[in-house]
Design a protein around this ligand. Structure first.
Ligand code: NDP
Length: 247
């Protein structure tokens, strides 16, 4: 699906929440979904970055987005419930979620991972994603065919030395997706994972500081799969973990 060519109107009238929408892949996904007709809800922790994405979308003449400033590090189930209620009040339904926000944490030997580091990475990458999804299910149910896309990594499928907390958090993301896909089979919400593969962003540069970023795909180049999984051409696709880049 990496050569998928989305119709220009693929996401017309859709309401799509993107987490970590201020930078990297999330910012590009938000701009791309808006360019295909969606009203995007931009969630992230740095408001100035969300505003810059908002401005790009408005300047391009795409549907006016909404901004939800939220740091997943301190967020609780009750914050997510309030957010879901606000989305329902304002839009009446939610057609899609791209769970993209995550942190890498420190890459270190397992025995050296500080307790707080473990707890913070798991809270943002796993608890935040799971509890947000739980609270959004009622408003997702109001859409005729909703798509929830989680973001995984190759280290979420095969563990790798020194990637402990991040890798475990991505295994959990895959597990969460599988549980939900099975539980909601044949219903109006589908759940899948995307593995972007090495992509030119700040997170990748911090994981591989010696790498030449020019050798990597840009967020723009990996958007076909992000569009495919969010739109009607993937209806019926559920419980899959798909790669943006061939191995
Ligand atoms: P970036 O670090 O470039 O962007 C991550 C985004 O998530 C930023 O906008 C960041 O906000 C936001 N974010 C981080 N922590 C929080 C938080 N506590 N609350 C709210 N928002 C938060 O990462 P990428 O674009 O590279 O990664 C996107 C996704 O793709 C991640 O899930 C990552 O694990 C995954 N991935 C990326 C790969 C790559 O090569 N780039 C490879 C495999 C997987 P802020 O801008 O304020 O920092």
């Amino acid at each position: 699906m990496n050569d998928y060519r989305a119709p220009a109107t693929l996401l017309e009238d859709k309401i799509i929440l993107v987490t970590g929408a201020g930078d990297g892949i999330g910012a590009e996904a938000a701009r791309t979904y808006a360019a295909h007709g969606a009203t995007v809800i931009l969630l992230g922790r740095t408001v100035s970055k969300l505003e810059a994405v908002y401005d790009d979308i408005v300047a391009a003449g795409h549907p006016q987005p909404a901004i939800i400033p939220m740091d997943l590090k301190g967020a609780t189930a009750s914050n997510y419930a309030d957010m879901a209620e606000t989305i329902e009040d304002k839009f009446g339904r939610l057609d899609g979620v791209l769970h993209n926000a995550s942190v890498l944490g420190q890459l270190s030997a397992f025995v050296d991972i500080p307790e707080q580091e473990w707890l913070d990475v798991m809270h943002i990458n796993v608890n935040g994603t799971a509890l947000m999804t739980q609270k959004l299910i009622p408003v997702l149910r109001l859409a005729p065919a909703a798509s929830v896309v989680f973001t995984t990594s190759s280290v979420g499928r095969k563990g790798r030395a020194f990637w402990g907390t991040y890798a475990v958090s991505k295994f959990a993301t895959e597990g969460l997706m599988q549980v939900l896909a099975s539980e909601f089979e044949n219903r109006s919400i589908r759940f899948n994972c995307i593995n972007p593969g090495g992509t030119r962003t700040a997170m990748r540069a911090s994981a591989f500081p010696a790498e030449d970023p020019q050798t990597l795909k840009t967020p723009t180049q990996i958007m076909p799969l992000y569009l495919y999984l969010m739109g009607y051409d993937s209806e019926g696709v559920n419980g899959q973990s798909l790669d943006c880049q061939p191995k």
